[in-house]
Design a protein around this ligand. Structure first.
Ligand code: GDP
Ligand code: MG
Length: 765
């Protein structure tokens, strides 16, 4: 016997599937987690039953691959019974699908799930009453707690034995006559499920018309011969409306809500603020900024404003201000790694090659990366809380509303949010996007979402700028994240109209109710992150560090031993030869400029290596440079490398824009090898991979160039910079609009959201 599990996303299908079959499929909050159907065996009945978990759907219309997969399965493979799982806390919306499934000639049993929540809310559902109304058996279950499952399956098996004729709730609607006439056409044709097909044809369903062209013609004639004024030209809308009318008329008999104090639930109230049309995005930005503040600020809660200068100066807790928790644990970790490094260095005091490898290479490079681990964990703690609480799902919704016009839908935004952690799973998660064009576009945008491995770069520069230029560390880090999102939005818009055309499919998602994040989940999440980092540090980063150390310590004449000046090393010679490429971006100049070029290139292995490379150079030249230069950047080797660029450009103030350009280039250009490999696997086509690589390099170069030159104008005078920024923004907005309009005109299309889909969304929300 074959049982198909069908229901809305998040109704508990996978949980029920696992309970029935004893398997451990992934239970998730993102739509599209289950795209393919899965099957397993239920063994507790006399006859074994195969259970097929279909993807979550709101209806059987042809708008998403989930819907198409489910529809094809139900029509094509005619399971013996449909278990229609219904979220009992959200009956009205869930029954919408039920009314469609009922139009198939397949036995159905309705599983009213989450009955535990209904009971907790003190609502009551009369399952027998509902069963009478719908004319199909109804069982109450809690998939999570495992109650009522045996009874559900018993009812299902009984239903299979009884068999079933399709029934429609539309028989009292204005479409009833047309439906029975068209169903008769299908009947003559001996098509299975005539009622279902008839309704679809009335809805002008694309797939239906394609599959049954002859009946479609006859049906069109029937429609023309009937007075169809009630439909007002929108057949699909009329049918959807009729289903909802039926549900809202019949439901009150079976479902009693407990009297509520307020009419809005807590979640609804929070959403009124957090997903506000105007304030949604500013609130998101403020939340992110607060997170960065707690992680990176050296002036926690801006307490420094109230502390007189010279009050205290503590290496770990701050100078005349309190460090944020993130910075405090960074300092602790930094202190620990530096101390450990000193102890180890004292064991190898002689300048031998292995002392250099250990001290400069491994310790300099690896510790430079590892000292950022605490801050990375703090940031991910917050991101994990935001995601687990349900807020990130709202962000996807807000982004969809704001940026859908730019071709960036909420559904695409979800894999991109994953890229904040790591691009590899993010790129793989684009599989949930049904539309191939949108999927390609999303992969193109993936590197722009700053991943965890890039974080040490921002943190390192933010620290230097905070110390010596008084720039807010959290703003520096924040600016990189925002830059990434902004570039992604603009790129999406441009890609959509040029090399990866295609509409943005409608985005329908249920917003999960807010809940407190589970400590267990969060701990597991952070532990995974930590493990991931330490393993990478021990393998790919350590390996890279050794290779980079070698290439920066020896010249092409390897027999000659360690080079005096790393500029004469193998990488030194190569990047001194290439550095002019980066002159227009500001970095690459000065006697140390080539080091930034090396870091950019080695960063292609893994982005942590950018900072590791800096660490190696710092280990090699740091002490010496500190003694000889003693510049205004004081005591950090990274600071000294930066000032060497400033020396050429005319001071530190210009070195700052050059460094922002450096960061932007590393943010936007080709991601690490692992992400490139993931993209290659997803494109399944090298031509697209090369296009993507070219796109990343060009975007990174162009944006970094703009940042550098705008920065230079700001150093001339703030108003010159501001004027130029505003001018450029206007130019970009209008340029893109104008070009877009031209392209649209050429293609003869306009980009409007389908009114019908909007309607559907409103109903579902
Ligand atoms: P699917 O999208 O339909 O596959 O739904 P899932 O099985 O992934 O479940 C969505 C969420 O609902 C998960 O967080 C489940 O733990 C939760 N859930 C599922 N069934 C029940 C239930 O009977 N009671 C409660 N309280 N939660 C449930
Ligand atoms: Mg699922």
């Amino acid at each position: 016997m074959k049982f198909a599990l069908a229901g809305n996303p998040n109704s508990g299908k996978t949980t029920l599937f696992n309970a029935l079959t004893g398997s451990t499929a992934h239970v998730g909050n993102w739509p599209g987690v289950t795209i393919d159907k899965k099957s397993g065996i239920y063994r507790k009945s006399a006859e074994k039953a195969e259970i097929i978990d279909l993807p979550g759907i709101y209806s059987l219309s042809p708008y998403s691959p989930e819907e198409i997969v489910s529809r094809n399965f139900l029509l094509g493979e005619s399971p013996d019974c449909i278990i229609n799982i219904v979220d009992a806390t959200n009956l009205e919306r869930n029954l919408y699908l039920t009314t469609q499934l009922m139009e198939l000639d397949i036995p159905i049993v309705v599983a009213l799930n989450m009955i535990d929540v209904v009971e907790k809310n003190k609502d009551t559902i009369d399952a027998d009453g509902l069963s009478k109304i719908l004319g199909v058996p109804v069982a109450t279950i809690s998939a999570l707690k495992g109650t009522g499952i045996k009874e559900l399956m018993d009812k299902g098996i009984e239903a299979v034995k009884r068999g079933r004729q399709a029934e429609t709730v539309l028989k009292k609607s204005g479409a009833a006559v047309l439906i029975s006439k068209i169903a008769a056409l299908y009947g003559e044709n001996k098509t299975k499920h005539p009622l279902f097909h008839a309704v679809k044809l009335i809805e002008d369903d694309e797939i239906e018309k394609e599959n049954f062209p002859e009946i479609a013609i006859k049906a069109a004639a029937l429609k023309a011969g009937t007075d169809t004024g009630i439909f007002e030209g929108d057949f699909e809308g009329y049918i959807a409306d009729a289903r909802y009318k039926y549900i809202s008329a019949e439901l009150p008999a079976a479902f009693k809500k407990a009297p509520k104090q307020g009419s809005l639930t807590k979640s609804d109230k929070i959403d009124k603020v957090l997903t506000h049309k105007v304030w949604g995005i500013p609130i998101f930005l403020v939340i992110m900024l607060a997170v960065f503040h707690i992680t990176f600020s050296e002036n926690f809660l801006f307490l420094g404003l109230f502390i007189p200068e010279g009050t205290f100066d503590h290496a770990i807790f701050g100078t005349d201000a309190i460090n944020s928790p993130g910075v405090i644990i960074f300092n602790l970790m930094d202190w620990a790694t530096v101390s450990l490094g000193e102890v180890i260095a004292s064991l190898f005091p002689d300048p031998t090659w292995y002392a250099s490898l250990i001290n400069d290479g491994l310790l300099g490079g690896l510790f430079a990366v590892l000292s950022f681990v605490p801050q990375i964990l703090v940031l991910f703690l917050f991101l994990s809380i935001l995601e687990d609480s349900g807020y990130m799902a709202r962000v996807a919704f807000i982004m969809d509303r704001a940026f859908r016009r730019f071709g960036l839908s909420g559904k695409a935004f979800m894999p991109l949010v994953m890229c904040f952690g790591c691009g590899v799973p993010g790129i793989m998660a684009t599989r949930t996007l049904e539309n191939e064009q949108e999927r390609k576009r999303t992969i193109f945008l993936a590197p722009f979402f700053s991943c965890g491995a890039k974080l040490p770069i921002w943190a390192a520069f933010a620290g230097v700028f905070a110390h010596y230029r008084g720039l807010n560390a959290e703003f520096t880090v924040f600016s990189m994240y925002i830059l990434g999102i902004a570039v992604a939005v603009i790129s999406s818009f441009i890609l959509k109209r040029t090399i990866i055309k295609g509409e943005t499919p409608p985005f329908i998602m249920e917003l999960p109710t807010y809940h407190l994040p589970q400590v267990k989940n969060t701990v597991i999440h952070l532990w995974e992150k930590l493990k991931h980092y330490v393993i990478r540090a021990g393998t790919i980063i350590a390996g890279a560090v050794v290779v980079i150390w070698f290439l920066t310590s020896f010249s092409f004449n390897i027999g000659a031993g360690l080079v005096e000046d790393s500029g004469d090393s193998i990488l030194g010679v190569i990047s001194n030869g290439l550095k002019w490429i980066f002159y227009p971006l500001g970095f690459g100049m000065g006697e140390n400029g080539w080091k930034f070029v090396v870091a950019t290139i080695t960063g292609l292995l893994a982005k942590e290596v950018v900072v590791a490379t800096m660490g190696i150079f710092a280990g090699m030249d740091g002490d010496e440079a500190l003694e000889t230069e003693g510049s205004e950047l004081g005591d950090t080797p990274l600071g000294l490398m930066i000032i060497s660029i400033g020396g050429v450009l005319g001071g530190l103030d210009i070195a700052v824009p050059a460094m922002f350009a450096f960061m932007a280039f590393n943010l936007l250009s080709v991601p690490c090898m692992a992400a490139v490999a993931a993209a290659k696997a997803e494109f399944k086509n090298n031509k697209w991979l090369w296009k993507a690589i070219a796109f990343w390099i060009i975007t990174a170069y162009a944006v970094a160039c703009v940042i550098f030159w705008l920065g230079v104008l700001y150093t001339l005078a703030w108003w010159v910079g501001l004027l130029a920024t505003v001018g450029l923004a206007v130019l970009v907005v209008y340029g893109v609009r104008f070009a877009g309009a031209l392209i649209d005109k050429k293609n003869g299309k306009t980009d409007k959201i389908n009114i019908k889909e909007l309607f559907l969304f409103k109903k579902i929300k």
